[in-house]
Design a protein around this ligand. Structure first.
Ligand code: ATP
Length: 204
């Protein structure tokens, strides 16, 4: 399994989408993290038990902003929350990976892969790296995120030097999508396919 990460707005999802086009099975950690706390799940029930129903919005769904405010500067609370969510995300990820065809290249898109210390759990870690001013511009243009909010989120994550230190492969996404696709295609053909073939040979 390949770990794919990068800072907010770096282009992880864009790289993951290209890998999916090439034939990878892409597992999106953010999406799973939302699924395991969706209304009606055991995950959400445990969060309410731990943090009270103040973490629910009027529709009974998780109010991420309210929960975020409760754990933002409270390390113990954050750990309590992670003890509820992380095992569920891991179990669901393993389930999806096991359901992939035996010869599939599975790519796990995990925004906080480096921060959570998951790099050693992957065969290969791919980091998408983009200069901060470009990320700020893309987040503003495509997501309407204001500059102060984007800067705050970037500051809360690992910086690119730390991510690079955990990376086996670094993709640069400072230019257009066509250039990103060229880099991803090279990664696929020159690294991932040979790596997977080699692994299969050694297992045979
Ligand atoms: P997050 O951590 O928030 O999930 P991400 O790293 O997955 O972010 P993307 O969603 O892939 O980032 O990219 C952020 C935005 O920038 C998207 O709207 C995407 O379409 C756009 N984008 C990504 N790469 C490029 C590029 N090379 N040129 C122009 N736009 C791009």
């Amino acid at each position: 399994m390949v770990g794919l990460t990068g800072g907010i707005g770096s282009g992880k999802s864009a790289a993951g989408a290209r890998l999916a086009e090439l034939g990878a099975v892409v597992i999106d950690a953010d999406r799973i993290a939302r699924e395991v706390v969706a209304p009606g799940t055991e995950g959400l029930a445990e969060i309410v038990e731990a943090f009270s129903d103040r973490v629910l919005d009027a529709d009974g769904a998780l109010d991420r902003a309210a929960l975020g405010a409760m754990v933002f500067s409270d390390e113990a609370a954050r750990r309590r929350l992670e003890a509820i969510t992380h095992p569920r995300v891991r179990a669901r990820t393993a389930e999806l990976a096991a359901a992939a065809p035996a010869d599939a290249i599975v790519v796990n898109d995990v925004p906080l892969l480096v921060e959570v210390g998951l790099a050693p759990t992957y065969h290969l870690v791919v980091v998408v790296q983009t200069a901060v001013p470009i990320r700020l511009a893309r987040l503003a243009r495509h997501r309407g995120m204001d500059r102060a909010e984007a800067e705050r989120r970037i500051a809360a994550q690992a910086d690119d030097a730390r991510r690079r230190a955990a990376a086996d492969v670094v993709l640069t996404n400072d230019a257009g999508l066509a250039e990103l696709h060229t880099e991803v295609d090279a990664l696929w053909h020159e690294r991932l396919l040979p790596y997977a073939a080699n692994l299969r040979e050694r297992r045979a």
